[in-house]
Write a protein that binds this ligand. Sequence first.
Ligand code: PAF
Length: 281
Amino acid sequence: MEILKTIRDTKSCISELKKQGQTIGLVPTMGYFHDGHLELMRRSLEKGHATIVSLFVNPAQFGPAEDFDSYPKNLQRDLDLAKEIGVKAVFMPTINDMYPKGYKTYVEVEGLSNVLCGEHRPGHFRGVATVVLKLFNIVKPDEAFFGQKDGQQVIIIKKMVQDLDLDIPIEVIPTVREEDGVAMSSRNAYLSPVERQAAPILYQTLKLLEEMILEGERNVSLLLEAGKNNILKEPLADLQYIDIRSTDDLSPLEELRGEFMIATAVKVGPARLIDNIVLRV
Ligand code: PAF
């Protein structure tokens, strides 16, 4: 497995692979791998791609009071796991290579970036869209892989791909969960044992709303009220939002129709946890 530390080396590695007739699968990550990341890599490999994993904790997507400095890291373990799985190369640029002095260009996917998580993390999705577009331009993937756990991120990236005519298929991999339903996330590492016991409240609440919908409930305010009340029952959970939005354009719904996402973000101790499910009626 190659370890690529500069954009220049990465571009030449990619053009070599393309010359050999290989297709490229890109798995963008911020490292500290869990099984959710490994699933993305496996899927890319299954599809026969020379798989490039980017490992870059992107400062542009963290607010000033957020966890950029403390974001969990275990580089050697990540490299071992990627190698074991069959990844072709890990691209791990420096901040200076990605955002050199005088860097000025950012991508804003309007309307989709300031709702849900965007309302609580101003500038977050601008940073995500910018780094993902840069990664696409550097790696020129034939396909890119993202996890459904970051449901809003996926919708924003797909919209960017469509609006900027990027012609890069995006494959979305279902959320990988722990046995008790907690969505795998690098940020779960911030939870103390007691906080970890509170974390299943997100998925339990999503499942509760799913059950109500399966039983015929279509009134969004009523569903959201039930969701909030359920999260309030967990004393360690500090609800940021629970919402039901169209998966087309994240617009709010009054009555359920078509495909929609029930999404929630909850602070549990120092960790900001997110989860979602996508349903259709
Ligand atoms: O989902 C993530 O880990 C990040 O937002 C991503 C897509 C790697 C961009 O930094």
